[in-house]
Design a protein around this ligand. Sequence first.
Ligand SMILES: NC(=O)c1ccc[n+]([C@@H]2O[C@H](COP(=O)([O-])OP(=O)(O)OC[C@H]3O[C@@H](n4cnc5c(N)ncnc54)[C@H](OP(=O)(O)O)[C@@H]3O)[C@@H](O)[C@H]2O)c1
Length: 333
Amino acid sequence: MKYTSLGKSGLKISVVGLGFWQAGSRFWGWTDYSSVSKSVIDGVGAALETNINFLDTAEVYGGGLSERVVGEAVRIHGRDNFIVASKVAGYRVTSGSIVGGVENINRRLGFTVDLIQLHWPPPYPWPLCWSIRGLEEAVSRGLAHYYGLSNFPSSLLEEALNCSKRFEPVSNQVQYSLAYRVPELKLKGLMERYNLALIAWSPLAKGALAGLREAKTSAQRGDKVFSVASSDSTLLDTVSRIAAKYNASMSQVALAWLIAKRAVPIPGFRDPSRVREYAGAARLRISEDDLEALDEVSIKYLRIWGEDYGELRTLRYIPAFIQRIAITLMGGI
Ligand SMILES: NC(=O)c1ccc[n+]([C@@H]2O[C@H](COP(=O)([O-])OP(=O)(O)OC[C@H]3O[C@@H](n4cnc5c(N)ncnc54)[C@H](OP(=O)(O)O)[C@@H]3O)[C@@H](O)[C@H]2O)c1
């Protein structure tokens, strides 16, 4: 395994991490606790064996279930072996609510979270600086070792950096893959300037870049990037051809491309056997020519999703209390 710095935190994280939205979310078809728990314990065990040490969850995943099973698995396989990230929901718009959210996260995990991220920017009219105060307060009280952001476009990221007084964010988690390259337009350069880690969510376009053609879950069915990428034969044929050349899988090629772009992909899984495959991406050395071929075949995904990063931007227009009620009634996302 290769390691990289989590921004300016000094923490060394594996160049491939793991995402745990899949752990217990109805949108990924889960129904019972025991099979979720088994999948996660086995997956985290495989992470330990392959030296993946960076795990990502969130308070809204399965309404807290993901954090509970990730916490259980990490405690079984050794707390000191992992760097665990979670996220407070963007509907927490006051400092007190954010601090309370992080306390709840630590209770569900069973230990202090290493990186607390704000899952999405606060809705209007709440000042962003209030959220930053809350994240700083959580770090200052020792409830999290570092804080980061998620789904922040470049303009809001600059505002967040201007707000920060006691501690600066160390990362921004955004959608980024061969099928979604918007972060390259403005965000990535800005993040490199401030030494913020780029944590890439949906690195496999929910399985499309691994070769999955038909959606199996509502998370995949409802995803525009999955739908476009899974029918893009030109892209998928190139990924598949390069994978065959290196005796690798398509998912390894898609992840290795992100690693070459200095992003940290956090692929998700329900089938724990995928973890060893994902870890293999860190060993894959794709030639400059093949990386260029991947750049060329995916260049259309630089702009078709917008000129600046804006995932989850519609949540900015939905009042915080409505977001909270809706997500709670759904039992999380
Ligand atoms: N910050 C945010 O707003 C945000 C948003 C979305 C996601 N995330 C994070 O990012 C993580 C990953 O992103 P994602 O959930 O969008 O998915 P993803 O990592 O792009 O794709 C993961 C899915 O690909 C499937 N897959 C992998 N190899 C496959 C193969 N060979 N054949 C068929 N399917 C294959 C897996 O299927 P199986 O399930 O069948 O194993 C898995 O569920 C999440 O877990 C979460 O932690 C964050």
